[in-house]
Ligand binder design. Structure first.
Ligand code: LLP
Length: 416
């Protein structure tokens, strides 16, 4: 916040040049609306601030895996960080370059490894010696010699929500530093796997630059040490994690500051830098547009029951995440404290609680801000609710990039 690509103009909230009311009329609600310009400019922000060092940006597909978003980023030259065969399928379908794909995750199946090898992805980020065993077996059977990074667990506290912190020893992610060192020492015995990189990712929604500095220092030191004995590591991938501002008064962590810090640290080291940003590329670039179904006064508070729910945007229910609620029509009336809740039959089904909003009533539109990352991708059909549509805006035009699910979609593949 503030959201540059979602301005108020003529008393109405817009996405770029399009009033959100026009999208609601054309597509109905709930609907995710993304700004192509915002997505592109965030990616370019990374590229610009890293221009002086060899680097590769691998957009983290899990943040928003819409084909249109992937295609847009691929066309800008982005690589991709995937965590499943399904994400690889999406990247390929969107025209992404498999050579720029890295495959992370603690539980890759044999079938997923084979699929990724068939498509000659850039590198496998491996998280255990058993995974290396399986990858070696599958690769050997296919006469492939894939590039591998060991994902290291640096045992660093990301100071973020516990569900999205991944860099402490107690977490399931990565390989402990001492084990990684011994694996690299025996790198030759892992042929046909080629140990070419190191990777890590200590968590998401991180504001503290000192945390990144610490990770960075540790990874550079480890890679340098390993290269002194074995001499194979060319790339250090630092994962994603840069935070965005969810509250009106909170700015996003600066891509520019982060990029400059990384450039300074990498310059002259000979290492290539890899990054896997997700949230910082798409988070601020999307809103969930929803309509008030009912206004329901209840004692001292008022419930606004809207047509978007926890199945559409899980973050408030799952992480107690805060998303700003923006009335689409600007109205100067006296503010009222509201809980914005969905139709799902759980008290945990809220998009926001205790928010001061101008008087809203049936039919009014609200935008849930900063919903571009981990929004639609975490949607489900809970309560047999069809998943929302998605719209991509660019300047004065918009396109439906995913149609709303139908009731038929809800039972596809099922039999009585
Ligand atoms: N690389 C790896 C290996 C990851 O696991 C993740 C995110 C990223 C990159 C991208 O991190 P980002 O730049 O987006 O922080 N659903 C949660 C977030 C889960 C993040 C999981 N890993 C949420 O809604 O906050």
């Amino acid at each position: 916040m503030p959201l540059q690509e979602f301005p108020y103009a003529q008393g109405q909230l817009h996405c770029e040049g399009i009033p959100l009311t026009a999208i609601a009329e054309a597509v109905d609600t709930p609907v995710y609306v993304y700004s192509a310009t915002a997505i592109r400019s965030n990616l370019r922000g990374y590229a610009r601030s890293l221009a002086t060092v060899p680097h590769e940006i691998r957009y983290s597909v899990k943040a928003n895996s819409s084909l249109a978003v992937l295609a847009l980023l691929g066309a800008e030259g982005s690589g991709f960080d995937i965590v499943s065969g399904g994400e690889l399928f999406r990247v390929l379908r969107a025209g992404g370059d498999p050579a720029k794909v890295v495959f992370s995750g603690v539980g890759k199946t044999r079938d997923e490894l084979r699929y990724a090898l068939e498509n000659e992805i850039g590198a496998f980020h491996c998280e255990s010696s058993q995974e290396l065993d399986v990858l070696r077996a599958v690769a050997s059977s296919m006469n492939a010699s894939p590039a591998v990074a060991l994902r290291v667990n640096p045992d660093i506290d990301a100071k973020t929500h516990p569900y999205i912190a991944t860099g402490l020893r107690e977490h399931k992610f990565g390989i402990a530093v001492d084990e990684a060192e011994s694996l690299y020492r025996d790198a030759g015995s892992w042929a046909p796997l080629r140990f070419t990189s190191l990777s890590c990712h200590i968590g998401s929604q991180i504001f503290d630059m000192q945390v990144f500095q610490e990770v960075l220092g540790q990874m550079l030191e480890l890679a340098t040490k390993l290269n002194r004995s074995a001499g194979r590591i060319c790339t250090i991938d630092l994962g994603g994690g840069l935070a965005v501002g969810y509250r009106a008064e909170e700015s996003s962590a600066s891509i520019k500051t982060y990029g400059r810090m990384l450039s300074e640290a990498f310059r002259g080291t000979g290492f290539r830098l890899g990054l896997e940003p997700g949230r910082s590329i798409v988070g601020q670039a999307g809103v969930l547009l929803t309509r008030v179904l009912y206004r329901k006064p209840a004692g001292r508070k008022t419930f606004l029951v809207v047509d978007g729910a926890m199945n559409d945007l899980l973050r408030p229910a799952l992480y107690a995440a805060h998303h700003e609620i923006l009335p689409v029509r600007q109205d100067g009336g006296p503010q009222v404290a509201c809980d914005i809740v969905g139709p799902v039959c759980e008290s945990g089904d809220f998009l926001a609680t205790n928010r001061a909003l101008p008087p809203c009533d049936r039919g009014d539109l609200l935008a849930v801000a900063t919903a571009g990352a981990y929004g639609f991708v975490q949607a489900s059909n809970y309560n047999s609710r069809p998943r929302a549509a998605e719209v991509l805006v660019e300047g004065d035009t918009f396109r439906i990039v995913r149609v709303r699910e139908t009731r038929e979609d809800l039972v596809r593949g099922e039999t009585v």
